[in-house]
Design a binder for this molecule. Structure first.
Ligand code: NOJ
Length: 745
């Protein structure tokens, strides 16, 4: 009976494919009729090349597999020459089915943009799309077809190193970015050779791992999933993303990679996903230590039956599917369905017409790191920086100021491009020292400290220490004494965030903190330039240092971009998309938390609070300063009540009341005051990034419709419930003007 239902489903889905593009359907089915079972299974096998390995390297003879038709896709191989060489091998196989080349093109291919968490702080969706477009241009010319991006895991725990790869804590914003990225990579027609097939990851909930420790477990209610964690993946699917990557974690007790509910019922049946699902690196094998299956044989069956089409690097499908088929644990239809999806992606990319699609040395030479791409990297980097503090307008630096540059990140080329910098060549990256020298001529510079004095950590990060921190600090203090203003470049090395880089203490490493205090004690004004891949705890820094500029890992043009901002050629406008906690004990901390029954009352002992720290983060979601000052006045709602089909118009007057022209991200939040389930105190629902000249004033308007008020109600129905709502508009999630309205039935 079950088999019958399955066959009927497959038949229906093939019918649908046939209707969508009969020619493509005919091509694929004809090809599949000619394929042996071995060749079919080969299409489901994704192996890493030895060019650039991003996990355990398990399969040295992958080239033999290509020649045998036992491998349908390769990752971690690029350049036109290399991919052509491998594709030539595929062209020697019986059916000449082209290889698909994938890679982690996460924030640029060769021209490296800021890390995603930094880029998100631009609040500029057109720019986010543009960097993906440029990455696709460069990567496709370099022989690639497929990027393992965007990563859209919502994350509320900055201990997790992979927050660097995502958009931060907000679901609504995550949805907007997911769509922009898919559009940027895939364009409107995947057969155009300058596009990349995108892969939304890590499906699902990877950002919610317990205690921020990478690869850890996740336990979450369906309500929490639907409301906060799933929407960005869904948005990518709606934007037409071609592939989905499974996450390492479990979802509701079952690892994502073997989770039928997730991969088939939700992803395909509920959301209508039509592309193929690839595992994360050896994720099928990992279901054994997860304690879900006894061996690879069982793991392969569970994954395929769940709806997972391609096995990344684990070789479980390659070694087990034939046996499973012979033993009738899986059906030929199960295999055919996965093969069909993979071949369809190859067809859509135009690989059957031209297996060497896009890989072109001449084009690569022209587009890779072109002047316009580098210019875009510089602009995006400038816009990703967040001014966290600027007392007495220490910034921008005045011309003629004598500057000393200090810090282990002042001239750290490798760190500039951050983690997951793919094919990026750090030797092409500008450092802050280089950029300042090109502006000011020779300047006083001292590294001042090791990135960390923890030898164990340095070893893990492959960093050699550069001397005794005490000696370095002494030299730095002397250097500082000669200057009018000291710029201190501190933070994390690139390896301190990203995959497998969780930290339990997210402050500045002790060596750097000691340097900062020593320089601060000279009495010289200090500008702290931070480079890091996650929110840091900065209570001491915020209390003592007059100016703090967060620059993340800013990419190939990072050094120049920082200098542009320090000297006021660009007035910073970035806003953080993840709260910065005061200390690690506050984590998880996020702006859109729910009310408790005992909201904070400082005068009442028995309310929800800590004894030793406030409930508030140091810097809230959406926060970021400018060299100018924006004031918000006159919040107006055009109605007191709206009916479901009506729109509410909200307006506010924003004025640039400072001394510089500047951009501002005007943010709109909503609260459902009383509802059938507990709703957050505030949720972002819209924003506008505007440019105001010095002295200029503008009315900014937003329309709120019933869709902005919907949520999963007590019956898990996505509805808006009549009743009272609050609306907040402001410069960040904390500092807002407030209004009220009601939704009528
Ligand atoms: C493991 C990571 O989790 C994933 O994000 C990445 O795409 C793969 N490795 C491939 O490198």
């Amino acid at each position: 009976m079950k088999l019958l239902a399955q066959c009927a489903l497959l038949f229906l889905s093939l019918q649908l494919h046939a209707q969508q593009d009969p020619q493509r359907h005919r091509f694929i089915t004809t090809l599949m009729q000619r394929m042996t079972i071995g060749e079919k299974i080969g299409q489901l096998n994704l192996l890493t090349s030895d060019m650039d390995v991003t996990g355990p390297f398990m399969k040295e003879n992958y080239k033999q597999d290509i020649l045998n038709g036992a491998c349908g896709a390769i990752f971690n191989a690029y350049t036109p020459q290399y991919t052509r060489k491998l594709q030539d091998m595929a062209m020697q196989t019986r059916l000449k089915i082209p290889l698909l080349f994938g890679y982690d093109v996460i924030h640029g291919h060769k021209t490296i943009f800021p890390i995603p968490l930094g880029e998100a702080c631009t609040w500029d969706l057109a720019l986010l799309e543009k960097s993906a477009r440029i990455a696709a241009e460069e990567a496709s010319a370099d022989g690639l077809h497929w990027t393992f991006s965007p990563m859209v895991d919502i994350a509320r725990d900055p201990r997790w190193g992979r927050v660097a790869e995502g958009v931060g804590e907000d679901t609504w914003y995550g949805v907007q970015v997911a769509k922009a990225k898919v559009r940027g990579y895939q364009g409107t027609d995947l057969s155009t050779p300058n596009t990349l097939l995108a892969c939304v990851k890590h499906f699902a909930l990877y950002g919610a791992i317990e205690a921020g420790r990478d690869y850890n477990t996740v336990d979450m209610s369906r309500r929490q999933m639907y409301q906060f964690y799933l929407p960005p993946y869904k948005a990518a699917v709606e934007a037409g993303v071609g592939t989905v990557m499974t996450s390492f974690n479990e979802v509701d007790g079952i690892p994502a990679t073997g989770n039928h509910w997730l991969m088939t019922e939700l992803l395909r049946e509920e959301w209508g996903f039509k592309g193929f699902v690839v595992t994360d690196y050896t994720a099928i094998n990992e279901m054994i230590p997860h304690g879900i299956v006894k061996n690879e044989y069982e793991a392969g069956a569970l994954a395929l039956k769940a709806g997972v089409d391609m096995d990344m690097q684990g070789s479980v499908y390659a070694t087990q599917l034939k046996k499973l088929l012979d033993d009738k644990k899986i059906t030929l239809q199960d295999i055919d369905q996965a093969v069909y999806r993979v071949l369809e992606a190859k067809y859509k990319l135009g690989l059957f017409k031209d297996p060497y699609r896009g890989a072109d040395s001449a084009r690569a030479k022209k587009v890779i790191m072109s002047t316009t791409n580098l210019q875009a990297a510089r602009e995006i980097a400038q816009r990703s920086f967040v001014l966290l503090k600027n007392e007495q307008q220490l910034l921008p630096l005045r011309k003629g100021t004598k500057i000393a540059l200090i810090g282990p990140l002042a001239n750290a080329q490798r760190d500039m491009i951050g983690n997951w910098s793919a094919a990026g060549d750090y030797k092409q990256a500008s450092t802050l020292l280089e950029a300042l020298k090109s502006r000011l001529g020779d300047i006083d510079y001292a590294p001042g400290a090791n990135l960390s004095d923890d030898r164990g950590l340095l070893k893990k990060l492959n960093i050699t220490d550069t001397g005794r921190s005490e000696d370095m600090r002494k030299e730095a203090v002397e250097t500082a004494r000669k200057a009018d203003v000291v710029i201190l470049a501190l933070g994390e090395s690139q390896g301190m965030s990203g995959e497998a880089a969780s930290r339990s203490d997210i402050g500045l490493p002790a060596s750097q903190r000691a340097l900062l205090e020593a320089v601060y004690n000279t009495g010289k004004p200090v500008v702290l330039v931070l480079m890091n891949g996650r929110p840091l705890t900065l209570e001491w820094e915020d209390a003592h240092i007059p100016a703090i500029l967060e620059t993340w890992f800013p990419g190939t043009q990072g050094g120049y971009a920082i200098a542009d901002v320090l000297f006021g050629d660009y007035n910073p406008a970035g806003k953080i998309t993840m709260s910065f906690p005061r200390n690690t004990g506050q984590i998880p901390i996020y702006y859109n938390h729910k009310n408790t029954g005992r909201p904070l009352d400082p005068n009442n002992k028995y309310t929800s609070k800590y004894l030793d720290v406030s409930n508030e983060p140091l810097y809230p979601f959406g926060y970021g300063l400018s060299y100018t000052k924006f004031t918000y006045n006159n919040l107006q709602l055009d109605k007191k009540n709206i009916r479901p089909q009506e729109k509410l118009r909200v307006s506010v007057t924003v004025e640039n009341a400072g001394d510089y022209d500047g951009e501002e991200v005007v943010q709109l939040y909503i609260q459902d005051v009383t509802a059938s389930v507990n709703r957050p105190v505030k949720e972002l629902r819209n924003f506008r990034k505007i440019m105001l000249k010095k002295g200029e004033r503008r009315e900014v308007t937003f329309d709120i419709s019933v869709n902005d008020l919907k949520f999963y109600d007590k019956n898990m129905k996505y509805v808006a419930e009549p009743g009272a709502f609050k609306v907040f508009v402001g410069t960040n999630s904390r500092d807002v003007l407030e209004g009220e309205f009601s939704l009528l039935p």
